[in-house]
Ligand binder design. Structure first.
Ligand code: G4P
Length: 528
């Protein structure tokens, strides 16, 4: 096997998704510990401490102690090279989160055992489903009183519409948590409660050994035997193919905080997921092991260093090998170029790298030429990745500059921030750029916009919230937008590419528009 194939086969690239506080950061920390990448738990994110996470690049994140942007971490474990794409779990998250999922090959869904499936998870999960990527579930916080595990599975099945297959099974929860039964090895990983220590004692016991009854107690032992019988008889059978198509989610129970069940989870995760697979391009599929390098930009992070106005374009390598200083072809710019300062984030540090392979994410210095969805490939074998969809913003406001003399900076600032994909800009029909309508996926982006315009572009703005909740792209090319028959609270707007869109305050107005305009076609996602 060639070195290239060997390296690519080692790769696993996944996104980690959850509702805030389910334990995503804690689980990430523990996973990194296994890779020996960090030795201090709690160093990924210092939520309420003075420490700040790798991903907390922007001032606003530091002030609020939350992650606004998603980051990428890499670690090695047992011969594998694992890339974790962190997605901000904050309620006010941005489109970045959705796009990050486009760069991942699988997703780990962390669920709080006492809460079940929560709102934010549903949103993220929908994007995973759209991509048919494997989704592996980790039900966390079993050391706290949790919901009945059967109810939790039902919750996942009903709310998310995916079949579940428990890989292990909890024995009690909270103070009564005794461990998890591994269905494959038919053994129990026993949990020894400790007074809030960060690492609990673990012991593997065969399910038929008399010791198990002693450890878990007669009563719980009988419960376990009954539950195993029920699972074996009534649950969905394990089916690797269904897992890999994203139709069945393997479920693991554990406790990230006490580092219980994390390593078995990681090991099994590596068996359940595949190395990077082929990716679609306009010209057909690209094989990751092809000797031709190809990648696409899924995220642009601006001004990590304010003094230099630098931007980093994050790209997911889809095929071949990247070598420092190699010449690549930027398809959208129709230009040969060298990617400068390629970086990767190893746990705490950003470091300049010499090589990277399909599956890896690299961040390169961007002098303002890349846009989200751009393809980078070799000049001899040009391909174009299908664009990343523009997700429908859910919050809108009208933005104008306080000082009309600052018009140029205002246009530059809003356009650049929009190019990075943090916000979407629209205009009312026939309006100038002095005033724009800004749409965002999460309201926090409004604060980010205001902060950045003030700090980086020296422009003060006035923002006025708009009551719209839904946006739709008009698919018909040949329609006279002004002649559409619309409800009085529907607004006609355009994006910067001149596409026509409609803003609605309710689902009712959408239906109204469709019913009163024969042939009108509306779409929820825009095409980049
Ligand atoms: P997030 O990234 O998904 O938002 O969640 P995070 O890991 O920050 O965890 C949220 C809270 O839940 C943290 O407590 C964390 O310590 C706790 N937690 C995570 N996993 C477990 C678990 O397995 N068992 C228990 N009992 N708690 C868990 P916090 O008090 O909000 O923050 P901190 O002060 O501990 O950092």
């Amino acid at each position: 096997m060639s070195d290239l194939i060997q390296e690519i086969n080692k790769r696993r690239t996944f996104a980690i998704i959850s509702h805030p506080d389910a334990g995503k950061t804690t689980l990430t920390e523990k996973l990194l510990l296994y890779g020996g990448a960090i030795n201090l738990a709690g160093s990924v994110k210092g939520k309420r401490t003075s420490k700040h996470a790798v991903s907390d690049w922007m001032e606003i994140e530091k002030k609020r102690g939350i992650s606004v942007t998603s980051s990428v971490l890499q670690f090695k474990y047992n011969g594998y090279c694992i890339n974790i794409l962190d997605t901000p779990g904050h309620q006010d998250f941005s489109e970045d989160t959705y796009r990050t999922l486009m760069a991942a090959d699988s997703a780990v869904m962390v669920i709080d055992g006492s809460k079940g499936v929560e709102n934010q998870t549903i949103k993220l999960f929908k994007v995973c489903v759209m991509r048919h990527i494997p989704i592996i579930t980790f039900i966390n916080k079993m050391d706290r009183d949790s919901k009945n595990p059967f109810d939790l599975l039902e919750d996942i099945e009903n709310v998310l519409g995916i079949h579940t297959c428990p890989m292990n099974w909890p024995i009690g929860s909270g103070k009564e948590f005794k461990g998890v039964y591994n269905r494959k090895s038919q053994s129990v990983l026993a949990f020894t409660a400790n007074n809030g220590q960060k690492e609990v004692e673990k012991k593997v016991v065969d399910v038929n050994s008399p010791e198990l009854k002693e450890i878990v107690g007669e009563y719980k032992y009988q419960d376990l035997v009954d539950e195993i019988e029920l699972l074996d008889g009534a649950g969905d059978d394990f089916d690797l193919e269904a897992v890999q198509k994203g139709e069945l989610t393997p479920v693991f129970f554990g406790s990230a905080l006490t580092n219980f069940g994390v390593e078995p989870f990681l090991e099994e995760f590596l068996n359940l997921t595949t190395p990077p697979l082929s990716r679609e391009t306009i010209e057909g599929e690209v094989d990751p092991t092809s000797s031709d390098f190809s990648a696409f930009v899924f995220k642009i992070q601006a001004n990590m260093n304010k003094a230099h106005r630098d931007r980093i374009a994050f790209m997911r390598i889809c095929s071949g090998k990247f070598e420092k200083d190699m010449e690549v072809f930027h398809l959208q710019g129709n230009k040969k170029m060298r990617l400068s300062q390629p970086q990767q984030i190893m746990a705490q540090e950003r470091e300049v790298i010499d090589e990277a392979y399909a599956g890896d994410i690299i961040g390169v210095f961007d002098p303002g030429i890349f846009s989200i969805g751009d393809t980078i490939c070799t000049a001899r074998n040009k391909v174009q990745f299908k664009g990343i969809p523009t997700f429908a913003p859910e919050h809108f406001c009208r933005v104008r500059q306080k000082d009309t003399m600052k018009r140029k900076q205002f246009i530059k600032g809003t356009s650049q921030i929009a190019q990075e994909g943090a916000i979407q800009i629209f205009q009312e029909l026939d309006a100038g750029m002095e005033e724009v309508i800004v749409g965002v996926v999460g309201v926090l982006q409004f604060d980010v916009l205001k902060y950045r315009l003030e700090n980086e572009y020296n422009v003060d703005i006035i923002m006025e919230n708009l009551p719209f909740q839904f946006i739709r792209w008009i698919v018909n090319d040949d329609i006279d937008v002004k002649a559409l028959n619309l409800a009085s609270d529907t607004k006609r707007i355009q994006d910067l590419k001149g596409n026509h869109l409609l803003l609605f305050t309710s689902e009712w107005s959408i239906t109204w528009a469709l019913e009163h305009n024969e042939g009108l076609k509306l779409q929820e996602f825009g095409n980049n």
